[in-house]
Ligand binder design. Structure first.
Ligand code: PEP
Ligand code: MG
Length: 566
């Protein structure tokens, strides 16, 4: 059995097809006829652009618009004067086309890889893809035709590049296994869009597996079963059928209201990270956005985004939502979210340090420009503001004061915004849980961030595997925090949501229904599943579960019990 990252759900059973990389070696040389060499290079780039545009068209049909954009992005990249212009200058200077292409691409790859952040690193993968494709054209190397793979093929490659994906026929490719990639890499995004089970980052996959052998890809668990027995095949076939059945069944929940078994209604929102995700949220049947992480606007660049740039992004999301709730969280940097150009000082203990609302209150210009951008977007929808990492009432007051200042500035410039914009608190620290009754008097809503709330309550870092046994939202202390936050919100008659990962956990759902949560905010692919899970419970049944769970002393007891009833 081989292990990797579970990148695209589902089970695939089929025969391996190894997609090998061809040697793209050449002898760098000086050329005398630079005009002819320039023409050879331009022809290759032109051929690349034509091929890529054709592939993008095919991908648009099979996977969708966003996936096609990844490929179109390659054309924009190579045509950027900073890239093609520098290559052409080198060729004019006497270098051969291959060497000019390679040296400039490598320079970009190195620069993009050096930043350490995942989004920029992805750009490096894009440039690598461009380099390989154009080098193949220049050297006349024919690449393997994935489009000709027979039915029941599992694609095994070092990396599935966007250009490879174009050839994938989803009726024939039943699984994907790669040696590189993460949950957010292109390979993962494309596999999910095509709904092909995928396991990524499987060490040595292309050498350990051979073409023609049968394997099972479990994209839900991140496992590749090699040399499966009859029993394995039977077991996984049953799992695959159950998975597909559930998927079809979930479609029955599309377009329905989110209600429990008594008919009480809840809001079922989505978490998003970009305006494009807002489209995904609506396609997934989300009823709004409960958390718009705005960090993306500040990452993958060298300077702060302007107020106008931010406004455009927030407005775009608001327009997609067509009047549905859009909760925009103000900048939540620091801790594990670094933004190199801000020059944040290295701290001994970044999770307890100068981050999120603390940093924003200390950088009023930066904060005010974000608040003004959000306020301006509020003229285009039901936009709400949420402050992250609140630990004290003063922070909420200071944030609200700055919102008032931002409003005054906009009024002075006769710019429209929602005068009654709602301002909420992300309750994700132990302190905010303890003073939830005080915060509830001054906030318009709460949203419980269980990812951090668990960490801060248990004093256990979510990324540290040595303390992972403590990091669970089912720890009695965390459950008491959640119960308390919801109770305080209900007493103050303000809405209370949950935007941490726990909101989608079937074991957490009965507890949240009984505690009195009013809004769930989950990832887009979880929407229908969560709606189905909410519909299962009557209030009385959920109350009975809570009575048992809140009397338990350990996390193990709680999870063992909850597993047995969901
Ligand atoms: C949380 O802390 O639960 C949360 C949703 O925010 P983030 O994961 O962005 O810290
Ligand atoms: Mg958080």
């Amino acid at each position: 059995m081989l292990k990797g990252i579970a990148a695209s759900e589902g089970i695939g059973i089929g025969k391996v097809m190894i997609v090998e990389e061809h040697s793209l070696e050449y002898q760098p040389k000086q050329v005398a006829d630079t005009d002819a060499e320039l023409k050879r290079f331009r022809d290759a780039v032109e051929a690349f652009c034509e091929e890529t545009a054709e592939q993008a068209e095919a991908v648009k049909k099979s996977a969708g618009e966003k996936e096609a954009e990844i490929l179109m992005g390659h054309i924009y990249m190579i045509k950027d004067p900073g890239m093609i212009g520098t290559m052409e200058a080198q060729i004019t200077g006497g270098q051969c086309a291959e060497a000019a292409l390679e040296s400039i691409c490598d320079m970009f790859i190195e620069a993009f890889s050096a930043t350490g952040d995942e989004v920029t690193a992805q750009r490096a993968a894009d440039v690598k893809d461009i380099k390989t494709a154009i080098l193949s054209i220049l050297l006349g190397v024919k690449t393997v035709k994935i489009s000709e793979a027979p039915a029941g093929t599992v694609l095994v490659a070092r990396e599935v590049t966007p250009s490879m994906t174009a050839g994938i026929n989803k009726d024939n490719i039943v699984g994907i296994v790669t040696e590189t990639g993460s949950q957010t890499s292109h390979s993962a995004i494309l596999a999910r869009a095509l709904e092909i089970p995928a396991v990524l980052s499987v060490e040595g996959a292309t050498s350990k597996l051979s073409s023609g052998e049968q394997i099972i890809v479990d994209g839900s668990e991140g496992i590749v079963v090699t040399a499966p027995s009859e029993d394995d095949v039977q077991l996984y076939s049953a799992k695959r059928d159950a998975f597909l059945r559930e998927k079809r069944e979930l479609e029955n929940y599309r377009g329905k209201k989110t209600t429990d078994a008594d008919g009480n209604e809840y809001e079922l929102f989505c978490n998003i990270g970009t305006p494009k995700d807002a489209v995904k949220a609506m396609e997934a049947d989300g009823e709004g956005v409960g958390l718009f992480r705005t960090e993306f606007l500040f990452m993958d660049r060298n300077a702060l985004p302007t107020e106008d740039e931010q406004f455009e992004a927030y407005k775009q999301a608001a327009l997609v939502l067509k009047g549905k709730g859009l909760i925009i969280r103000t900048l939540d940097i620091g801790g594990d979210k670094e933004i190199p150009y801000l020059g944040l000082e290295k701290e001994e203990n970044p999770f307890m340090g100068y981050r999120a609302i603390r940093y924003c209150l200390g950088h009023r210009d930066l904060f005010k420009s974000q608040l003004k951008a959000i306020l301006r977007a509020s003229a285009f929808g039901d936009v709400r503001i949420m402050f992250p990492l609140i630990t004290a009432v003063e922070e909420l007051r200071a944030g609200k004061e700055l919102v008032e200042e931002a409003k005054a500035d906009l009024r002075a410039s006769s710019i429209e915004f929602d005068e009654n914009i709602k301002i909420g608190v992300m309750t994700e620290t132990a302190a905010s849980g303890v003073i939830a009754h005080l915060l509830a008097k001054e906030a318009d809503f709460f949203s419980i961030g269980t990812n951090d709330l668990t960490g801060y309550t248990m004093a256990a870092d979510r990324g540290n595997s040595d303390v992972a046994y403590l990091y669970s939202p089912f720890q009695p202390s965390v459950l008491m925090m959640i119960q308390r936050i919801i109770k305080c919100a209900r007493e103050a008659e303000i809405p209370v949501g949950m935007c941490g990962e726990a909101a989608a956990n079937p074991m957490m759902i009965p507890l949240l229904l009984s505690f009195g949560l009013t809004e769930f905010s989950v990832s887009a692919p979880s929407v229908l599943k969560v709606r189905k899970n909410i519909a299962k419970w009557t209030k009385a049944e959920a109350d009975a579960v809570v009575e048992k769970v809140m009397a338990m002393a350990t996390e193990a007891e709680v999870t063992e019990y909850l597993k047995s009833i969901v």
